[in-house]
Design a protein around this ligand. Structure first.
Ligand SMILES: NC(=O)c1ccc[n+]([C@@H]2O[C@H](COP(=O)([O-])OP(=O)(O)OC[C@H]3O[C@@H](n4cnc5c(N)ncnc54)[C@H](OP(=O)(O)O)[C@@H]3O)[C@@H](O)[C@H]2O)c1
Length: 285
């Protein structure tokens, strides 16, 4: 049995490989792939098979996925190239005869109205069109997206966003990775659609309150119109197109598009998800 993980040089994919190893999968049964295999050399040192896979290179993908029984398809970063990239990866998984493709999608990808959701919806549709046995891991936001912002939040004494009072079921990357490993190592997931998110959703006002409690300082939430939020992000150094996509994602949050009350994530991993309070405490330690 061979389990291929794409994006293993990235943060989620790396954690997924670790979670597979933790679950007792033999290193030689795991194929960790990335565009730059020097970045995943430590997996090779531990006996994991390491192969180069660039979704822009179909021939290379065929070689990278050879012998794949199951594939974890981690969505790629460049939003405007994402769908074409994913289609090439799905074609290569079909050519390899994979018995399962687990795709890291996004909350409510079938109905959500954001730019990001549209790329995931197109990928989900292509999986169906190709008839490949698949399971959809519809991830909500990462808790780390907010933890990475903490130095700025503390400096400004404000969380800034455009998500209104929308509920966000953010969860830790490690929890999503563990769920992926469970799906890849247990039976009964073909055709399943998991809406994955933290057990306790929060608003950005709630995030500000949680940071205040741990930091011992008053942090407030400033809700901006989406265009002003996008401008604030570009002022902070983000490229304009990414700022636009992120502001659009916040608008989706204001409509609860990143909220799920499914309990799928804690059910899959067999424990409560990492809480916001614990994540903030760990980040500020
Ligand atoms: N739920 C959320 O809050 C959230 C937030 C941000 C992103 N995401 C999505 O979740 C994915 C994983 O998140 P992450 O934090 O692990 O992101 P990350 O650390 O940026 O990792 C992205 C991975 O995708 C790989 N990749 C990018 N383009 C590729 C291509 N053309 N061919 C092959 N591999 C390619 C990267 O490989 P290289 O090392 O070669 O660049 C890297 O391994 C992201 O890519 C994005 O689609 C979700």
């Amino acid at each position: 049995m061979s389990i291929v993980v794409t994006g293993a040089s990235g943060q989620l994919g790396r954690l997924a490989v670790e979670a597979l190893l933790d679950r007792g999968v033999s290193a030689s049964d795991i194929v960790a792939t990335g565009r730059d295999i020097d970045r995943i050399k430590e997996f090779a040192d531990r006996g994991v098979v390491v192969r180069r896979a660039d979704f822009a290179d179909p021939d290379g993908l065929t070689a990278a996925f050879e012998g794949a029984d199951k594939l974890l398809l981690v969505s790629t970063t460049t939003v405007d190239e994402r769908v074409a990239n994913h289609r090439r990866a799905i074609d290569a998984a079909v050519a390899a005869g994979a018995s399962l493709v687990a795709y890291t999608s996004m909350s409510h990808a079938d109905t959500a109205t954001t730019i990001l959701a549209s790329t995931h919806r197109a990928t989900e549709e292509y999986l169906r069109a190709r008839g490949v046995p698949s399971v959809l891991l519809r991830n909500s936001w990462y808790l780390e997206n907010y933890m990475d912002q903490l130095p700025l939040v503390l400096r400004n004494e404000a969380v800034v966003g455009a998500a209104g009072q929308g509920r966000i079921s953010a969860a830790a990357r490690a929890d999503y990775a563990e769920a992926a490993a469970v799906v890849l190592t247990t039976e009964g997931h073909v055709g399943a659609v998991y809406e994955l998110g933290g057990d306790e959703a929060f608003t950005l006002t709630g995030l500000a309150t949680a940071i205040s409690a741990v930091a011992g300082r008053q942090i407030s939430y400033t809700d901006l119109p989406a265009d002003e939020f996008a401008r604030a992000l570009t002022d902070a150094g983000l490229p304009a197109d990414l700022a636009h996509v992120l502001a659009d994602a916040d608008l989706g949050m204001s409509r609860d598009e990143l909220f799920t009350g499914s309990g799928d994530l804690s059910r899959l991993i067999g424990r409560p998800t990492t809480s916001l309070a614990d994540a903030v405490a760990a980040a500020l330690r």
